[in-house]
Design a binder for this molecule. Structure first.
Ligand SMILES: C[S@@+](CC[C@H](N)C(=O)[O-])C[C@H]1O[C@@H](n2cnc3c(N)ncnc32)[C@H](O)[C@@H]1O
Length: 281
């Protein structure tokens, strides 16, 4: 075991570039110079744990197998997973007031009461659970609807939390009280209070690890795709390719929601602009 402290392990420019190339090729994330200290600090913990004294030796070790645990752990440490319940609430208001009424009408006319939504880059689950709560609330007095949400992320660490569906009281603070009472169970664990998402909500969601840069085992057509605060880490060509792939999967009239700072301006796409961060096929 190495005796150097995390902050004494130096990340050389050459090593940082090596990690950058690797991460970009594997998952599209662009690591600019500003991320160097973050990458160093996060990976230094792994180096220390493994008893390695240089980043080069760590990269050699982690890349022996890109399906291996250490490579997955490297990607987990690089990804930024910030999220929250009802993040960018205007999207859920738009779902309730515009999108779902239109979907309900269209699907009822077609005799297909089926809704399929994808949360691409779902992080620790707050986004797909918020989608589920929004739909449960909207359809609470309407029967016969088959609603499924696919929730995917590249990080196994966040997916594990997502699948657990257990959140502290401050995490669920943005959830409206009536929905909290109906769909979450309050639990005391040690000195802390937690909220457990009920099976009724969990059963609407299928969680899976998926790298957006690879093949997708997703058939479609989908009614709505949420890909929010994910493309911000990708360069323009990668974003353009991804948005094109979303277009193929979405049904006519379906929607793509992006994050607050992810306008599709400057990339070629076929979506119709509805309002900032909301696009329609
Ligand atoms: C900042 S979080 C956004 C979470 C949520 N969509 C939201 O807006 O609150 C970005 C997520 O994208 C995931 N991600 C980044 N690159 C990815 C890729 N190539 N494939 C799948 N997920 C990716 C990260 O692991 C992370 O959990």
């Amino acid at each position: 075991m190495s005796i150097v402290a995390d902050n004494e392990i130096v990340l050389k420019d050459k090593e940082f570039r090596r990690i950058g190339t690797l991460v970009y090729k594997y998952c599209g994330i662009t690591l600019n110079e500003g991320k160097k200290e973050l990458v160093r600090a996060r990976l230094a913990k792994r180096l220390r744990h493994l008893g390695l004294s240089s980043f080069d030796s760590y990269i050699d070790f982690a890349t022996k197998d890109t399906n291996g645990a250490e490579f997955i752990s490297l990607i987990d440490s690089i990804s930024t997973n910030l999220t929250s319940f009802y993040r960018e609430k205007q999207h859920f208001d738009y779902l309730t007031s515009v999108c779902l009424p239109a979907l309900e009408k269209r699907k009822t006319q077609l005799g297909k009461k089926r809704i399929r939504i994808w949360s691409a880059g779902c992080s620790s689950g707050e986004e797909p659970y918020t989608i589920a709560l929004t739909l449960l609330d909207y359809f609470k007095d309407k029967s016969g609807w088959d609603i499924k949400i696919l929730a995917t992320d590249i990080s196994t660490k966040v997916l594990e939390s997502a699948q657990k569906g257990m959140y502290t009281a401050d995490r669920v603070a943005p959830v409206p009280t009536d929905l909290k009472n109906r769909y979450l169970t309050k639990q005391k664990l040690g000195p802390d209070m937690y909220y457990q998402v009920k099976p009724q909500v969990k059963n609407m969601i299928f969680f899976a690890r998926l790298n957006l840069m690879e093949q997708w085992p997703v058939k479609g057509p989908l009614d709505v795709i949420f890909c929010r605060n994910v493309m911000i880490y990708f360069d323009k060509p990668t974003q353009e390719k991804l948005v094109g792939r979303y277009w193929q999967l979405i049904e006519d009239g379906g929607l793509l929601f992006t994050g607050h700072s992810e306008s599709l301006t400057g990339i070629e796409h076929k979506f119709k602009f509805v309002q900032p961060t909301v696009y329609e096929k």
